[in-house]
Ligand binder design. Sequence first.
Ligand code: PEP
Length: 249
Amino acid sequence: AGSGKFFVGGNWKCNGSKDSISKLVSDLNSAKLESDVDVVVAPPFVYIEQVKNSLTDRIEVSAQNCWTGKGGAFTGEISVEQLKDLGCKWVILGHSERRHIIGEDDQFIGKKAAYALGQGVGVIACIGELLEEREQGKTFDVCFQQLQAYADAVPSWDDIVIAYEPVWAIGTGKVATPEQAQEVHVAVRDWLQKNVSAEVASKTRIIYGGSVNGGNCAELAKQEDIDGFLVGGASLKGPEFATIINSVT
Ligand code: PEP
């Protein structure tokens, strides 16, 4: 971990029920968490209110997506204003499942990021390459192109956390090695330095996601440029998520 405050997000994806979420919240409420870590959980939209009403204030709540602008005649969408109304401080954008399963492109994601930031909601901005792109030596190109789209759209980097999530590692149990993750995190930081500013490069937190669990988090957290984690599957288990939060070194 670097000098910025460690940041751990739990992405619950499209999982859970009122009952299972009530159990998870109660496990999180009773967990002992390192004080020097920002902790955020992202429930499905329909459970945000339940979580806000029952979860300790120690943990902030994020959405997993948002609409690109003000609400209105956009059937099935959720606006940033509505998320704020429920007390969400963050939104995850550009997640690989939305890019590759739903088909969101860089410009659409950039528009959402700009709107959310303009409304004072922080953005967990995901980037990451597919396995075939890594095998073709295109990892940096893909990540830089995704970063460029955010850079072209956003008014400021103050409330952005970058999540590097290699697609081949998400939900597969195939975690990146600490060296593989560190290599990309350094490249991302260099890119920010050259293309945004030295200040943004040094203060932006770059977190890793992709099959992080209670067993592999400590080694990853030792890397200088890994400033936290975005956790999917393991964030559904309260005690294991607590272990990951407490892995900061
Ligand atoms: C994610 O969805 O952001 C993620 C990293 O998932 P998992 O931890 O399950 O690989």
